[in-house]
Design a protein around this ligand. Structure first.
Ligand SMILES: [Zn+2]
Length: 441
């Protein structure tokens, strides 16, 4: 039994002072109100929150941070540079990059990540000796970084969508594709869940998976998390409307892809009917505010989606920043800019998006709350830093950043202590993983 004494702990009704959390075999065994720590307690200063779930990640996009701001452009020109990095990765370099990327997430309080994975095969197509070698690199990376993983293995079959129909795969996209949805499902079926690993599914987008292939993916995902990029760009909506005569949301709805096990990512350019379909089916929505700003995607109507019935969660997506507290804050700030009103999301709702809702989206019903029986995921955030000093504990999410996270416990294991990750210098790990990807060749 390990015991953590928390100066404040978020027990579901707001932070309360003086809490001891007893941990046994990776689970919370007991929670007691204790005004002062006892000998043997690990003392956690500040506010202890449940572990954060980063519900949408592409680990390899971390290599693009600070590298794409020199030539203007659009989402589509950014994508060309992303493809250039994708073209260079193999299982070894993918492992190094993902391990460092997940370690950076752990430093930011992330205890569980949803990796939306489509970099399946060797550059140019073909197959590795183990057709899941790239997936296994991600599994190993997350385990070594001390972050639980839901591997959202993405079906990706076509090069895009225009009014005339789906486009053939481009050269770089060949490695994303299994050929058809049946072959994708057969490969994913070979992936086995392990402690700390869930296998989920993804439809890359309605651009990359033709409508006649969607039911196969939906069937293969049955009972597991299913994630989809949805309406990130107006061009996707226009092409879908032009070819299928429906919105992307309508197309997914018609294929039976919406529901409480499904999460749509972005969901920025929606009609009223789309919002009703998503909310009415209790489909989760994952907002990625920093990416949506960075890629000039637009602003979502997340308050309306939440009010319609969609649970909201958060992702760092392309990792323009790895700061889930900032993503949560930006969810509220974007809605203020749209509506000219403050307090669109209460701080407690932002914490819920970071914790319970994210874990539910990723298929972990036993994580995201500080309660007996739950996984022992703890994130301790300073109340005494230059950024947070003076903040009320129950409004900390509107002030703190990733730099204020000092201790992170995942499944009872201390992964970050004193702001240091067990793997050591994460900046060095990132630099060493990223530099070779940008070498002149
Ligand atoms: Zn994405």
């Amino acid at each position: 039994m390990t015991t953590f004494w928390c100066e404040h702990a978020e027990l579901g009704t707001g932070p309360v002072p003086g809490v001891r959390i007893s941990v046994d075999n990776g689970r919370i065994a007991a929670i007691d109100r204790v005004p002062i720590p006892a000998d043997g307690d690990t003392r956690l200063a500040g506010v202890v929150l449940p572990g954060f779930a980063n519900a949408h990640s592409h680990a390899f996009h971390r290599a693009l941070r600070g590298r794409t701001h020199d030539q203007g452009g659009t989402f589509w020109t950014w994508r060309e540079r992303m493809y250039a990095v994708a073209d260079r990765l193999d299982p070894d370099s993918y492992l190094a990059l993902a391990r460092a990327t997940y370690a950076e997430m752990a430093l930011a309080g992330v205890t569980c990540v949803g990796e939306f994975h489509y970099l399946h095969h060797p550059a140019g197509g073909g197959r590795y000796a183990d057709p899941n070698a790239m997936s296994e690199a991600l599994v190993q990376a997350a385990a070594e970084a001390g972050v639980r993983l839901t591997l959202l293995d993405a079906c990706y079959l076509t090069g895009g969508l225009e009014d005339g129909g789906h486009l053939p795969l481009g050269d770089v996209q060949l490695r994303f594709s299994d050929g058809d949805a049946d072959a994708w499902a057969a490969r994913v079926a070979e992936l086995k869940e392990r402690p700390g690993l869930r296998i989920g599914a993804a439809v890359h987008s309605v651009r990359a998976v033709p409508a006649d292939q969607l039911p196969t993916v939906v069937a293969a995902a049955s009972g597991r998390p299913l994630h989809v990029h949805l309406s990130e760009q107006p061009a996707e909506n226009a092409a879908c409307q032009g070819f299928y005569g429906r919105t992307p949301t309508g197309l997914l709805d018609g294929a039976g892809a919406l529901g409480p096990d499904t999460t749509v990512v972005h969901a920025l350019h929606l009609t009223g009917d789309d919002i009703s379909a998503l909310g009415g089916s209790r489909t989760s929505v994952c907002a990625c505010p920093s990416t949506e700003a960075d890629l000039a995607d637009g602003m979502g109507l997340f308050r309306l989606l939440g009010d319609a019935g969609s649970p909201l969660c958060l992702g760092s997506d392309q990792h323009v920043q790895t700061d889930l507290l900032a993503e949560a804050r930006e969810l509220e700030e974007r809605d203020r800019l749209i509506t000219h009103e403050r307090g669109r999301f209460r701080p407690a709702e932002l914490v819920e998006a970071l914790t319970v809702a994210g874990h539910r989206s990723l298929g972990w019903a036993d994580a995201g709350r500080l309660a007996p029986g739950q996984r022992a995921d703890l994130v301790a955030v300073r109340l005494d830093s230059p950024r947070t000093a003076g903040a009320a504990p129950d409004q900390l999410v509107m002030a703190a950043t990733a730099a204020d996270v000092h201790t992170v416990v995942t499944d009872g294991r201390v992964v970050v202590s004193g702001g240091q990750h067990v793997l050591g210098d994460v900046g060095r790990l990132l630099a060493d993983a990223i530099a070779p990807l940008w070498d002149e060749r």
